[in-house]
Design a protein. Structure first.
Ligand code: IPM
Ligand code: MN
Length: 349
């Protein structure tokens, strides 16, 4: 019996999570697994009425769950940063979800903004380090508010943190068994402390994986190749900040935020799955947002829980809907409402 903590969150989060849960229910019946859910109301509305983001006791409670399914965090009336650091990043850090796994897979060539690229050309995974780097929040102001102000933001990289992330990428490439290639995406030519550590660790670990081809690309060049030659990539490993940036581009290359899912993974602990697109306030409550990213997030959750057959079936159902039904992956342009798209996935499952 899996215990799933559900955090619908802000904006369109609740609408997309509802569809993901519909799909989960169908998958459970068909593939004979059992689960129970508990809904948690963390998010902007709760913060505005109580002043609370996420408390230590909440984290302790969440530790007792098999996985977390998250809708979106971000509220137009809350100052940027409060909910992000107080909820989303706090969850990632406290639960030591040190991998942010973001597949970039094109399901229908029609939705790819790149000319002449087919599904087989856009099929890679970004392994983003999720617990360190610039996200660590280290730094300081000097002479704040004066003409001589200095703001320092530190990228914090530990050997252990870098190593566990790179190791995950190599293991993932092996398990994935496609191009069997890991590309390190960094900036060794300028960020000579952090990326020296990354490069050395990468080279050392590569020796343990002779079956995996290795490659290196600077982050700026990586964005260029995403557009020009996405077929070069299989597994990309990178730090927290670069991973954040390149996966938004990745989402566009695979057809848009409507389909992009991610997993915040602690291989030894509680992992959290989310559509990566955010709360999309302007579409809230209109039943027009694309729920497939949330459905795919639930699919990733099933895979990590070990329900691999069910995970594959969910993905196959999504592929059918994307290939045969939807006019677009964008909000309001799908040719179906949010709940209808959820129903279509259920029917194809
Ligand atoms: C993401 C988001 C978050 C991040 C924000 C909301 C803190 O952009 O999941 O990619 O920067 O990691
Ligand atoms: Mn992001």
């Amino acid at each position: 019996m899996y215990k799933i903590a559900v955090i619908p969150g802000d904006g369109t989060g609740p609408e997309v999570v509802r569809e993901a849960l519909k799909v989960l229910e169908t998958a459970a019946k068909k593939y004979n697994f059992k689960y129970e859910t508990k809904i948690f109301d963390f998010g902007g509305d709760r913060y505005l009425s109580t002043g609370k983001t996420l408390e230590d006791k909440d984290i302790e409670e969440l530790r007792g769950y098999s996985a977390i399914l998250l809708g979106a965090i971000g509220h137009p009336e809350v100052k940027p940063g409060i909910l992000e650091t107080g909820i989303l990043l706090k969850l990632r850090f406290s639960l030591d979800q040190y991998i942010n796994l973001r597949p970039v897979k094109l399901y229908n060539a029609v939705f790819c903004p790149l000319k002449d690229k087919k599904p087989e050309d856009v099929d890679f995974v970004v392994v983003r380090e999720n617990s360190e780097g610039l996200y660590k929040g280290m730094g300081e102001f000097k002479n704040k508010g004066t003409k001589d102000e200095v703001a320092i933001q530190i990228s914090y990289n530990t050997r252990k943190g870098v190593e566990r992330c790179i190791r995950y990428a190599f293991e993932y490439a092996r398990k994935r068994n496609k191009r069997k290639k890991v590309t390190l995406c960094g900036k060794t030519n300028v960020l000579t402390f952090a990326w020296d550590l990354w490069q050395r660790t990468f080279d050392e670990l590569a020796r343990e994986y002779p079956d995996i081809t290795t490659d290196y690309a600077h982050v700026d060049a990586t964005t260029m190749w995403f557009v020009k030659n996405p077929e070069w990539f299989d597994v990309i490993v990178t730090d927290n900040m670069f991973g954040d940036i390149i996966t938004d581009l990745g989402a566009m290359v695979q057809g848009g935020m409507g389909i992009a899912a991610g997993g915040n993974i602690n291989p030894q602990g509680v992992s959290m799955f989310e559509p990566i697109g955010g709360s999309a306030p302007k579409y809230t409550g209109k039943n027009v947002i694309n729920p497939l990213a949330a459905v795919c997030a639930a699919g990733m959750m099933l895979e990590i829980l070990g329900e691999e057959e069910a995970a594959k079936a969910v993905e196959d159902a999504v592929i059918k809907v994307v290939q045969k039904k939807l006019k677009s992956l964008g909000a309001g342009k799908m040719g179906y409402s949010t709940s209808e798209v959820g129903d279509l996935v259920v029917q194809n499952l």
